[in-house]
Design a protein around this ligand. Sequence first.
Ligand SMILES: [Zn+2]
Length: 509
Amino acid sequence: MLRLSALTLALLPLIALADGSAGNPETLTERSNAKAREVLDATVAAMGGAAAIQGVTSVRLTLEGETWPRLQMTTPQAPFQSGHSKETLLLDLSGSRLRLETANSGAGFEGHNTVVLKRGEGTNYDHRARVATAVPAAQASQQQFVQYQRRLPNLILRQALERGTSLRYLGEDVLDGAPHEVVTFVMPDTQQVAVYVDAKTRLVSKYELAFTDPLAGEEASEVLFGDYVDSGGIKVPKRWEFRQAGETASRFAARVEINPAVDDAAFEVAADGYAKAQAVASELPQRVEQLGEGIYVIQNVAGQNQNTLAIAFKDFVLAVEAPGSSAGADRVIQRIKETLPGKPIRYLAMTHHHGDHIGGLRSFIAEGATVVTTPGNRAVVETMAKAPQNDRLAKSPRAQEFLFVEKGRRVVSDGDRSVEFIDVGPHPHAREMLIAYLPKERLLFQGDLFAMPNNDAPPGPPQESSRAFARFLAERKLKVDRIASVHGRTVTIEEFVQAAAPGEKAASR
Ligand SMILES: [Zn+2]
């Protein structure tokens, strides 16, 4: 690719003036691109030089530390009970191979997985459940490697060098009190990133991208790099921090090895005796599951592996869970209206305050639904309803109304059909946590207390969250035949007991 030096670019306007070609003036895009290249070149030089950065063929990166994922804590407000996470990433850039091992715990769940992608094929090894699941081809493609290149500033710069035409100068900004210059470019997975360069040291302080936060609306997601050290002539960070909407979501110590030796064995995983499971399609089928007269689970319409329960009463519909986004919830509302026509959606209950469970709340508020929740979630719902989002609620504002589940239980009934909302909290996953129970139908709907995989994979050893839920059901002696879920497929009580409390009898029968 032809790359003009900064000097040549600086002369271009003079040349244009000299020959009087007013028909082809230098445009703002050209000037912005030229300025961004200057910033990039200075940064690349400070970070080790273009030859060294382009000469990176493999990377081993370990990130370990505490996590406070936004809207995934046991409470909606601080003080938070943090989780722990460790990941080791081995990237073989010249061989298009990746191995990512992650171990994490928090909010009643723990996981230990290794994902290996090589030559367009991939496998996910779940060491807890001892299951090997094929990664669908679409997710094992070259594009999937790109997101991991955002783990390290050096690899981001390498991408920027390769994608020079998309470079633009954004301007100057102040980050943590220090002046910065900011350039932006588009990565091969179409993600547009902005790179913050310290005006003094010329090192990369962070990259950021735009996302829609369910609480705060349009916001930035940032990864900050710091405490640079030298590794084989390249500057690499020892500090790695993830911020969402201005709040720290994780703080990791980073260990980076540039160009470690890689061989085939590094991409093999010891998985003797592991069960083999079907690949889970990257697009789960959207469907409506009928569980009884007027009782439906709207599956995967709001997003991947996200379900909403819809129940018909005489004069209205009650829905449980507003997952995904406003746009996803709009599609769910449409599907509910097609399935149960002619009745307004009067209530929307949320199981708990986590982002993937309330992301679509605003659309249900716009639809006219009263929010059923526990008192501790009042502030989170109010903040969300006021968030600057570009959606239906923004176009036709409406104040949220609440129906609170106080003292652990509240019944919604029309004299014929009844739904009981029961707070199973304090629970390891969330201090306040609702389930919807239909006593007559012996049916229960829950989120994040238990999840049965959507494929043929065994659920693995019970998680703390599921064990606590099994104890709760046994103590309350709820009569349950089936459990439907926000994530994962509907199960019988026998399947649940087998998975969440093996060795126990289905106490509710
Ligand atoms: Zn959750």
